[in-house]
Ligand binder design. Structure first.
Ligand code: ADP
Length: 161
């Protein structure tokens, strides 16, 4: 069975992430969205909340699952027996960072292939960071995330004010 992981912090999941997940799900028999706990990034949502937001976003994608992880991405890949790792590339800043990480990961797990999918034009500018900033300033983000994520974001931001 071809298994791929799609790792990230997903704080929270956006339509840009979902677009990549749906496209990758057509390439592999199983896609596992791996949610990195990322304590150093001080995420807005807890790991449990992020997993749940992803779970509710992938109900229409039968070969996609979600699992949390908190150590090296390559160890997570080994544990779930993945042959490939999927990442989304936006035009602006992603390439250099991905390239550096890919070189390191190749050393740590040479057999794991990296598959980068180009972000779709409508989501090139979309990042979880910008999204959180927009919500905290009262912006309308309804077209950028699933409805349950928009609701969770508004609730979280209001609870912090
Ligand atoms: P990380 O903390 O690893 O950057 P993210 O949750 O921000 O995790 O992103 C996970 C993956 O999804 C990364 O490969 C990132 O480049 C990609 N990604 C993020 N936003 C988008 C988007 N709008 N369109 C396509 N891919 C995206």
């Amino acid at each position: 069975m071809t298994i791929a992981i799609y790792p990230g912090s997903f704080d929270p999941i956006t339509n840009g992430h979902l677009d990549i997940a749906a496209r990758a799900a057509k390439l592999f028999e199983k896609l596992i969205i791996g949610i990195y706990e990322a304590p150093n990034k001080q995420p807005l949502f807890t790991i449990e909340e992020r997993v749940e937001l992803v779970r509710q976003s992938i109900v229409d994608l039968p070969n996609v699952e979600v699992k949390p992880f908190n150590k090296l991405t390559v160890d997570f890949a080994r544990r779930v027996k993945a042959q490939a790792m999927v990442r989304g590339l936006r035009m602006s800043a992603d390439f250099e960072r991905e390239f550096d990480m890919a070189m390191m990961n190749k050393r740590l797990f040479p057999e794991l292939e990296l598959v980068c999918l180009m972000a779709s034009a409508e989501y090139q500018f979309l990042s979880s960071t910008l999204l959180k900033e927009a919500v905290s300033l009262g912006g309308n983000i309804n077209d950028l995330v699933p409805e349950h994520v928009a609701a969770a974001l508004r609730k979280k931001v209001n609870s912090k004010m």
